[in-house]
Design a protein around this ligand. Structure first.
Ligand code: F6R
Length: 369
């Protein structure tokens, strides 16, 4: 079933354009409106929601962190994101006007399931974002938005993550549409870009050879660090998680603005640091900030691996390695910026002789605590 690929992970990385397109299919109409009939929570109730709380584990949690930026920006509803394993054992403030979103590829993750039960006990509505039809989490939720990634066999999540992001964007845009918040030309343009995004993911996949080469050259390293700002920060966390679980290396993701508060002490001669650079258009302040972060770490000897939008020339003087991604609106950038990090981790792990589909000590579905 690997269809000629060396691993399920490589196959699943390659399937991402289709997974993304399938998850969008039938959910955006010709006029650019969202039709999420599966979200059976009545529009009147969605208009009353005063807080969104996202619970998830691992990679799905990273999708949730990215969703927060989109939900708050497009809907102005406050949004919290919490690890399900933390949420379930505390006393969160919820009521029937809170919408809890549980994100899970398998639909069977014990902590996420317990977190949603905890939320329902307090009268909150629960919406599941899930990849597995009829699994426990959607069965116990008030509504479910399925991701259409198809079966994900490799233990490390790749295509499911991208489709979780798509589902989160759809929910955020739908909430905006239903509530009328900020719904206007900006959002309409985002919907148009989202509808076309699978082409951009495909484009990234076509340019990964230099990333593979770079990954192989780093197989002897002990540490790789990842930096990002805004939605690039969860992307950095995801890049680090992929590298830990597949390559068994020390990998950490940081918010670039935190560098001076500690992590910069880790920078020494030739340590590889991957930096996710936001688009220079739009939030240009964010872009300028990260360019100075790159300068700072390079001055301290870091080997900079910069992921930046095509045409962004400002980063060129400071990048030891430059990975180009297509121009996308900032909030959607994780859909293209994550792909090189998946390829990087997979190739580096293979170069270290690891089995990428079945990393040691890990299970695909974590049904115990
Ligand atoms: C990482 C990975 C895990 C899962 C986590 C949640 O590559 O796959 O971190 O994301 O165990 O699993 P689901 O989404 O099935 O709840």
């Amino acid at each position: 079933q690997k269809d000629g690929y060396a691993s399920f992970m490589l196959k699943e990385i390659a399937e991402q354009p289709k997974a993304v397109a399938d998850t969008l299919l039938g959910r955006i109409d010709e006029a650019g409106s969202l039709t999420l009939d599966e979200v059976r929570i009545p529009a009147a109730e969605l208009r009353e929601i005063d807080k969104v709380v996202i619970v998830a584990c691992g990679t799905a949690f990273h999708a949730g962190l990215i969703a927060k930026y989109a939900i708050e920006h497009w809907t102005r509803i406050p949004c919290e994101v919490e690890l399900a394993s933390e949420f379930r054992y505390r006393d969160p403030i919820l009521d029937p006007r809170s919408l809890v979103i549980a994100i899970s590829q398998s639909g069977e993750t014990m902590d996420t399931l317990m977190a949603l039960r905890h939320a329902r006990e307090q009268g909150s509505r629960v919406l599941a974002i899930c990849n597995t039809n009829g699994s426990t989490i959607p069965r116990e939720s008030d509504a479910v938005l399925y991701t259409h990634a198809g079966p994900e066999v490799a233990v490390a999540s790749t295509k499911a993550f991208l489709t979780q992001l798509v589902a989160c964007y759809l929910v955020a845009l739908y909430l905006g549409q239903v509530r009328g918040t900020k719904w206007g030309d900006e959002i309409r343009a985002v919907v148009r870009d989202l509808a076309r995004i699978s082409g951009a993911v495909d484009q990234v996949l076509g340019t990964m050879e230099p990333v593979r080469e770079l990954a192989r050259s780093l197989a002897g390293k002990d540490t790789v660090l990842f930096l990002g700002r805004h939605v690039g920060y969860p992307v950095a966390l995801e890049g680090a998680l992929k590298l830990k679980e597949l390559a068994y290396m020390h990998a950490e993701g940081f918010a670039a603005g935190e560098l001076k508060h500690g992590p910069i002490a880790l920078i020494e001669q030739d340590v590889p640091v991957v930096v996710v650079v936001p688009s220079p258009r739009g939030r240009s302040l964010l872009h300028d900030k990260i360019v100075s972060n790159i300068q700072e770490i390079r001055a301290r000897g870091a080997r900079t691996i910069v992921i930046a939008e095509e045409g962004d020339a400002t980063v060129e003087p400071y990048a030891d390695h430059l990975i180009r991604i297509p121009a996308t609106p900032t909030l959607l950038q994780p859909l293209v910026a994550t792909v090189p990090l998946q390829v990087f981790a997979c190739e580096l792990a293979t170069a270290r002789g690891n089995e990428v589909d079945q990393p040691r000590n890990l299970a695909k579905s974590v049904t115990v605590e």
